[in-house]
Ligand binder design. Structure first.
Ligand code: EPZ
Length: 418
């Protein structure tokens, strides 16, 4: 197994090009199952979660051709409607094929994704919505067995859920009639999914708002291309890397509008940056002031940036309060950061983060975003840090080590001794 060796007290400089958004590419790949022919996605992030999803599509009978960062998927001959536990357990977003398979084939079996490091992550909202659209849902041997002709429905989510919104949109595509979703998630990744479906000929109203109206279609277009939006979480991670090391770095190929909540906090913290049309350049981050956050659904502060932001707050001049409101176990980076000398105390879903001097040591990654927080801490710590279990990172950050080395980080990938 590989691990990282990172030299601390780094000074970074230069430009980082951001890849396509993993969390947009995954629902788009699930949407490709609705197309009875070919479609192409560009700006595809080459990360392990995407490779897992492509393997799942192949397993279902689709074929794909990968050329650089573009992939053409052909779902003409999808014949298998069973998404196996072995793949779904590796990548819980596989549950998104449920909406597509059910809508197109009127029956399918998808393994329950199970929990994950950051929380239980149930799919009750997904299943309730599909039942309201007329699906018969059974849970048999750890699988969701869904069947039935989907019909229009008014879905009112009790709670905002990205995945449940996505699965319901996908299910509504071939459903009879007009489906409305109230209290829909408004993440940019959902807008990207709607863009894809509109290119396929689906009529959708309210894109980007909390009320979506999807008009069921009989046939969809084929042979079209959809570009995947830039990864706002990857961008935010590199912005924090530049800020935590007080470096002058340009993060480019992004949509700064998707980073409003983070940049608003940077303003509060006195971090100086230049805002461009498709880039943000961090100019300086001397004397970082403390800032408090509550994670919430878009356009609020993203939970996927909570760990990285916490690492940055360790450099602030006073106590910052971080309130994690979306997931019940998303503080696993805290014990590892405290092993580096951080002064963080937890009280249920609230973290108190005090100014800290960090010292390099051996740390262990636990989940995708917690891992990137350890990298940020390692860049600024005194001495050398060794980050173990880095397969978590490779799920969502394309060419992370090269991108960091290219802006001056001293980072080596080594092999664990047997
Ligand atoms: C998506 O997960 C993202 N994953 C997550 O990113 C992200 O953290 C999350 O949205 C919140 O923004 C992908 O897009 C692939 P939710 P998702 O359904 O859809 C509860 C990363 O690091 N809930 O919006 O699973 C749930 O337990 C990952 O890239 C139910 O109770 O998130 C959570 O507390 C991590 N019942 C809250 O809602 C349900 O049926 C938000 O979950 C569904 C969700």
């Amino acid at each position: 197994m590989k691990y990282l060796k990172i030299t601390g007290e780094a000074k970074l400089e230069g430009k980082v090009e951001i890849s396509g958004a993993k969390n947009a590419a995954l629902p788009l790949l699930a949407a490709a199952l609705l197309i009875k022919g070919k479609c192409t996605l560009t700006n595809l992030p080459l990360v392990s979660d995407i490779k897992t999803m492509l393997r799942l599509l192949e397993n279902l009978g689709a074929t794909y051709e990968l050329k650089g960062h573009s992939v053409t998927i052909d779902s003409s001959n999808v014949f298998n409607t069973k998404a196996l536990y072995d793949i779904v357990r590796k990548m819980r977003a596989s549950i998104l094929v449920l909406g597509s398979l059910l809508s197109r084939f009127k029956s399918c079996e998808v393994s329950l994704p199970g929990g994950c490091a950051i929380g239980q992550r149930p799919i009750d909202l997904h299943l309730k919505a599909l039942e309201k659209m007329g699906a018969k849902i059974e849970l048999v041997d750890g699988y969701v067995r869904a069947s039935g002709e989907l019909i229009e429905a008014n879905i009112h989510f009790d709670k905002i859920s990205v995945g449940a919104t996505e699965n319901t949109i996908l299910a509504a595509v071939y459903a009879k009639g007009i489906t409305t979703i109230i209290n829909a998630a408004q993440e940019p990744e959902i807008v990207n999914l709607c863009e894809f479906l509109i290119k396929a000929g689906v009529k959708i109203e309210g894109v980007g708002t909390s009320k979506l109206t999807i008009y069921g279609a009989k046939e969809l277009k084929t042979d079209f291309t959809c570009e995947i939006i830039p990864d706002r979480i990857e961008a935010g991670t590199y912005l924090c890397a530049a800020a935590i090391t007080n470096s002058n770095v340009e993060i480019c190929k992004i949509n700064p509008e998707h980073l409003g909540a983070l940049l608003n906090k940077f303003d509060e913290m006195g971090i100086v940056y230049e805002l461009g049309k498709d880039y943000v350049r961090i100019k300086s981050a001397n004397n970082i002031k403390a800032a408090n956050i509550k994670t919430s659904e878009y356009p609020g502060f993203p939970t996927d940036m909570q760990a990285q932001f916490m690492a940055l707050c360790l450099m602030a001049d006073a106590e910052s309060i971080i309130d994690e409101r979306l997931f019940e176990n998303r503080f696993m980076h805290v014990s590892e950061l405290n092993r580096m000398g951080a002064n963080i105390t937890l009280n249920n879903h609230i973290a108190s983060v005090k100014p800290s001097k960090l010292q390099g040591t051996h740390v262990m990654a636990t989940d995708l975003r917690a891992s990137s927080a350890l990298i940020l801490a390692a860049l600024v710590a005194k001495g050398t840090t060794y980050v173990h279990r880095i397969y978590h990172l490779e799920r969502g950050y394309e060419n992370l080590y090269e991108k960091l080395s290219n802006i001056g980080a001293k980072i080596e990938v080594l092999e664990e001794a047997e």
